[in-house]
Ligand binder design. Structure first.
Ligand code: AMP
Ligand code: GLY
Length: 440
């Protein structure tokens, strides 16, 4: 089948790889020259991923039969609606359905209205004075978020990034003054626990889960430093996590099923990958955010161990014919992102980077190019995450070892990696933290 993919990051590189394995002819649109995508695509177009007119023209010229969108920005711009008007089936949500991610107040209101489990207390505001008046009435710790999209970097958590009322209002004022996210402020109750990601394939009614993954947002080892788009992630061979059992997973999945039903009831059925980010608290999983796409890096954990045909799954999502179970290998994965020096604060772009892909493959791992570009025939880093390296094995320890071996095939003098992701020590800290929260 002739498949259009949109996006040029690590997540899309993994998706293109999965389409390639499924036998698809890939036609890719991306803003940067991603060598991993270029290698597997029949044809590609370098363009703004929100340039709907160009994307539709490319789809028409190449007689595209199915489209898949990686990042949130083109979803928000309405690329799916435009492609569907041209008769191209899409395995991604429409602009209206993508509001589950693009508007944090839409998500919380939907969840409240439909009495979905796992909601947190929240209130959203369009001015600083009302925000302050509300803050004076709450007696729990809070989190401040811009309502709109900020690439995962706009959230400030009380007790971590902000402490006093002065800090909180300082950030609230900054959001309004600089119009960060473009749609006001949401104040949420702070959930305390361990975070995990449950992603699922959805076709408007059926929800087929993927293995659980844990991402690491903080820039530096030991979980310190600024929040980032995600420095790396791991998944376990049993598709659970060492601190999330079957029952908590069932509850998280149930929340996602309730959201998918609620979206249909609202006349805005959800088709595509849904990403649920949960905090496992002492009273069960709570919704941190819902995204309208694969997580990045989480896509790189699950797609390499996908056993069913990705093209068929996407077709079924687009057509409403998804089966409730999709098969993944019982293997653990550890993904570590190689990022440019300064990432998280002041990333340095434009440094040469090279990956010995044969070496990576020989070690049984995978490497997915992300925010890199070709400049004068040389592969260079951008300001965001450069290459996702994924170790795969029967245990987390084996997968970590495999990832570290593969990392030795990446060369640049201006990069860093969080080597602690997926290690026994860090995973044990999560387990201990969860035990402490549960009082066990
Ligand atoms: P988000 O961009 O919404 O994923 O938020 C980024 C990070 O902020 C999350 O990964 C959490 O660690 C933290 N966070 C967001 N919302 C909350 C919340 N309500 N309670 C506690 N932590 C949160
Ligand atoms: N890994 C976080 C995200 O994709 O939003």
């Amino acid at each position: 089948m002739r498949v259009l993919t949109i996006g040029g990051g690590g997540r899309e590189c993994a998706a293109v790889d999965a389409f390639h394995r499924a036998g698809s002819d890939v036609y890719a649109v991306m803003k940067n020259s991603n060598p991993g995508i270029i290698e597997k695509a029949k044809k590609y177009l370098l363009a703004d991923e929100k340039d709907i007119a160009k994307i539709c023209r490319f789809a028409k010229e190449n007689i595209i039969e199915l489209a898949f969108v990686g990042p949130e920005a083109p979803l928000e711009a309405g690329v799916v609606d435009a492609l569907e008007r041209e008769g191209v089936p899409c395995a991604s949500p429409t602009k209206a359905a993508a509001r589950i991610e693009t508007s944090k107040s839409f998500m919380r209101e939907l969840v409240r209205k439909h009495k979905v489990d796992g909601n947190l207390e929240y209130a959203s505001f369009d001015n600083p004075a009302d925000t302050e008046a509300y803050l004076r009435t709450v007696d729990h710790e809070i989190v401040v978020k811009p309502v709109g999209l900020t690439g995962g970097k706009g959230v400030k958590v009380q007790g971590e990034h902000i402490h006093t009322m002065k800090d909180i209002m300082g950030y609230v004022n900054e959001i309004f003054e600089n119009n960060i996210g473009g749609a006001g402020v949401i104040i949420e109750e702070k959930a305390v626990g361990e975070e995990f990601t449950q992603m699922a394939f959805c076709d408007g009614k059926t929800v087929a889960p993927m293995p659980l993954v844990q991402d690491h947002k903080r820039a530096y080892e030991g979980d310190v430093g600024p929040n980032t788009g995600g420095m790396g992630s791991y998944s376990d061979a049993d598709h659970l996590l060492p601190f999330v059992g079957v029952e908590d997973r069932r509850k998280a999945l149930e929340i996602m099923k309730q959201i998918v039903s609620a979206m249909s009831e609202e006349g805005c059925p959800y088709r595509g990958v849904m990403y649920g980010q949960f905090m496992l608290t002492k009273s069960g999983p709570k919704i941190i955010e819902i995204n309208a796409r694969f997580g990045d890096p989480e896509a790189m954990n699950v797609l390499p161990i996908l056993e069913d045909n990705f093209e068929k799954i996407c077709w079924d999502m687009a057509k409403g014919t998804l089966s409730g179970a999709v098969r993944f290998a019982n293997k653990a994965t550890v993904c570590k992102y190689v990022v440019p020096r300064g990432y998280g604060t002041k990333p340095e772009a434009g440094h040469r980077i090279s990956v010995d892909m044969d070496g990576v493959k020989r070690s049984g791992a995978e490497a997915f190019y992300s925010n890199v570009d070709m400049k004068d025939g040389v592969l260079v880093t951008g300001t965001s995450r450069a290459v996702g390296v994924v170790g795969i094995d029967y245990s987390l320890e084996g997968a970590d070892w495999n990832c570290e071996t593969a990392l030795s095939f990446v060369e640049s003098d201006a990069i860093f990696v969080r080597h602690d992701i997926g290690t026994r020590d860090l995973v044990q800290r999560r387990v201990d933290h969860m035990r402490e929260i549960l009082g066990k």
